[in-house]
Design a protein around this ligand. Structure first.
Ligand SMILES: Nc1ncnc2c1ncn2[C@@H]1O[C@H](COP(=O)(O)OP(=O)(O)OP(=O)(O)O)[C@@H](O)[C@H]1O
Ligand SMILES: [Mg+2]
Length: 329
């Protein structure tokens, strides 16, 4: 279930409903930063259309599939199609008949398979590797990417015709940084979701200040990262009591915020504030990196950055976030 009440999540829900009403033969491209909920959005589109909801939802993560296997995973193969192909195997487009095939990180498909993929989108048919048979598919194809596909097209790594074919029906998933008001709802949801596994009550008390602290972080890894922080924090909360600020795992603090995340939220501020905020983000990113490189040693980090240790200590003191990080060290 897609949790959130922020304006951007409400708009996303509307968009999902509109898209889900289209015929399954219409391909959908979901764009959004990593961990923002792209697969969840795809599952909603699958669930809301009566022509796909009875079939399977087949996720294929193309970013981890070695190049040779990607073709087989998508199109299937005949026995002996390549070394190691001992048996015939059905691919995602066959398995997903009457359902949905979700292609995560579609930008990773090699040029070789992009042509075959285009054929599936255009003709709704394909041939398993090593076969001349033609198989029809009626699966809804939903592709996701967190990379700028157009840049890949310009570098010659992604076919332009495939790009235009994919982007007809596009959904953008906003970064968590643009919907921080959803953090309390998401945290409650994740507590309930993981309570049993970590052995805490599903309605665990949350100390005042926890949501504020989490909302002050950058979340380059978006909702997935928030979920991880909740799991880690639950594990360190005293059994059955309260989730306290001091239990919060320090993640999301020192990681580097995404450029898009920064610009999107900063561009709405008055210039002096935006400028100050940008400097603060940069200062924190910069020193978090240096401190990471030196294992938290302030003098060494200062030397690496070309300032006096006293100056870095001052910056750390004036920065809530770094100070907390140091306490944990
Ligand atoms: N709005 C939301 N409500 C509830 N759970 C969410 C929401 N968004 C994301 N999640 C949860 O966060 C985790 C990451 O989401 P998901 O896998 O859909 O992201 P993704 O964009 O596909 O990530 P990646 O780019 O890493 O593939 C999942 O456990 C998912 O259930
Ligand atoms: Mg994903």
């Amino acid at each position: 279930m897609l949790i959130g009440q922020s304006p951007s999540i409400q708009a996303l829900r509307k968009r999902i409903e509109t898209v889900a009403r289209t015929q399954p033969s219409v391909t959908v491209l979901i764009w959004g930063p990593s961990g923002s909920g792209k697969e969840l959005v795809a599952q909603e589109i699958h669930r809301l259309n009566p022509l796909t909801s009875k079939g399977k939802f087949i996720p294929v993560d193309l970013s981890y599939v070695p190049r040779e296997l990607a073709g087989s995973r998508l199109f299937g193969h005949e026995r002996g199609a390549f070394t190691g192909a001992h048996d015939r195997r059905r691919g995602a487009f066959e398995e997903g008949a009457g359902g949905t095939v979700f292609l995560d990180e579609v930008s990773s498909i090699s040029l070789e398979f992009q042509g075959m993929f285009l054929r599936v989108l255009q003709e709704r048919e394909f041939s398993p590797l090593g076969s001349v048979r033609t198989i029809k598919t009626n699966a809804r194809i939903i592709a996701a990417s967190n990379e700028n596909l157009w840049e890949k097209v310009q570098k010659g790594l992604f076919r332009q015709d495939l790009y235009f074919r994919l982007k007809v029906l596009q959904i953008n998933v906003p970064p968590l940084a643009d919907r921080k008001e959803d953090i309390p709802l998401l945290v409650r949801h994740f507590i309930k979701k993981h309570a049993a596994a970590v052995g805490c009550p599903p309605d665990l008390d949350v100390e005042e200040g926890v949501y504020e602290e989490l909302a002050s972080r950058q979340w380059p890894g978006n909702v997935r990262q928030l979920e991880n922080v909740v799991i880690q924090s639950l594990a360190s909360a005293e059994a059955g009591k309260k989730l306290r600020v001091r239990n919060l795992a320090p993640e999301g603090i020192e990681s580097i915020p995404s450029r898009d995340g920064i610009t999107a939220s900063l561009l709405d501020l008055p210039y002096p504030e935006a400028h100050k905020e940008m400097q603060r983000i940069f200062r924190e990113m910069y020193w978090a990196r240096k401190l990471q490189q030196t294992g938290g040693n302030v003098s060494q980090a200062a030397r690496l950055g070309g300032v006096l240790p006293a100056s870095l200590h001052r910056m750390i003191r004036s920065s809530h976030i770094q100070a907390r990080r140091m306490e944990n060290d």
